[in-house]
Write a protein that binds this ligand. Structure first.
Ligand code: GUN
Length: 291
């Protein structure tokens, strides 16, 4: 079993990015600038956004965190987005999800200038991605492709089973892995909460991408020997033995499934850190296109 080490791989990618930033700034071009909008004070979102901002600083980026009240109106949020759209110093920005219930997420994502949409969530970028045209790939699927590529996990002709059909992970992942690309050319099955006989399908998988958000859902009896596993889930579970009062669990029962796996991502330290590195890669690309 080989661990797909997202912590080490993302550190390497961030070093590559930092070197590029050094070259850019040495040639007189300003450092890439990422902004993040955080609405409200959801604990997990705050952790993720802070990690993104910290990683930017470490690689020599500029970063701006726009913290807004949970009660902000949709209109006021759209105004904040417009400010970032038109601010020439900002190369790319993200609106951290989830948003409070009174705000229409789709409306918000559509308000982001596609050229600054480093999350790749705007319909223009989703469309380009689906057509395999150059675009900003959503960071989590992009990070998974990068991990599979760098560890040389064979995907061509393999059966990839994606569990979950979210717009952020499951849906784009299923599209990307079926395309003609290095970590692609796979035969893809996308499954979800209405899928019948899921276990019958996962037992046929060479690669499983678990992105459904149910802790330790995928168990050893659901996978074949030699399977490769990408675990996208990250859920806080109450654990009184921890100082924080919680532990992090993936969508995969790591202890049992890892024994049958060729490759597997740990949680934490797998997909999560890759997401941040790929967001930075997108921001660097946005800055280069704009300069
Ligand atoms: N919430 C969970 N994942 C993501 C992500 O990749 N981007 C944003 N903006 N919000 C998220």
């Amino acid at each position: 079993m080989t661990l797909l080490d997202g912590k080490a791989t993302s550190a390497q990618i961030k070093e590559e990015i930092a070197l590029e930033v050094q070259k850019l700034t040495a040639s007189g071009i300003r450092a890439p600038h990422l902004a993040a909008i955080l609405v409200g004070s959801n604990g997990a979102s705050l952790t993720y956004v802070n990690a993104k901002v910290k990683a930017c600083a470490k690689a020599g980026f500029e970063s701006t965190l726009v913290e807004l009240s949970e009660e902000i109106s949709e209109n006021d949020l759209l105004n904040e987005i417009e400010k970032l759209n038109t601010n020439p110093e900002i190369d790319g920005f993200i609106v951290q999800l989830p948003l409070p219930k009174h705000i229409d997420e789709q409306k918000v994502l559509m308000a982001v200038n596609p050229d600054k949409d480093v999350d790749g969530f705007h319909p223009t970028n989703v469309g380009k991605m689906a057509l395999n045209l150059p675009s900003f790939l959503p960071a989590t699927p992009y990070g998974i492709l990068e991990l599979l590529e760098r560890y040389k996990v064979e995907t061509s002709g393999k059966h990839v089973v994606v569990i979950g059909r979210s717009h952020i992970v499951g849906s784009p992942m299923s599209i990307l892995m079926s395309q003609k690309r290095t970590a692609g050319n796979a035969t893809v099955t996308i499954t979800h909460s209405r899928t019948k006989n899921l276990k019958e399908i996962t037992l046929q998988a060479d690669i499983i991408i678990a992105a459904l958000g149910i802790p330790e859902f995928l168990t050893a009896d659901m996978v074949k020997d030699g399977v490769s596993i990408v675990d996208v889930g990250i859920t806080r579970i109450t654990d009184e033995t921890k100082k924080s009062g919680f532990r992090l669990a993936g969508d995969v029962h790591f202890e049992s499934v890892s024994k049958k796996s060729s490759f597997i991502t740990p949680v934490p330290g797998g997909v999560g850190p890759m997401t941040i590195a790929m967001l930075m890669k997108n921001t660097l690309l946005a800055a280069k296109i704009r300069s």
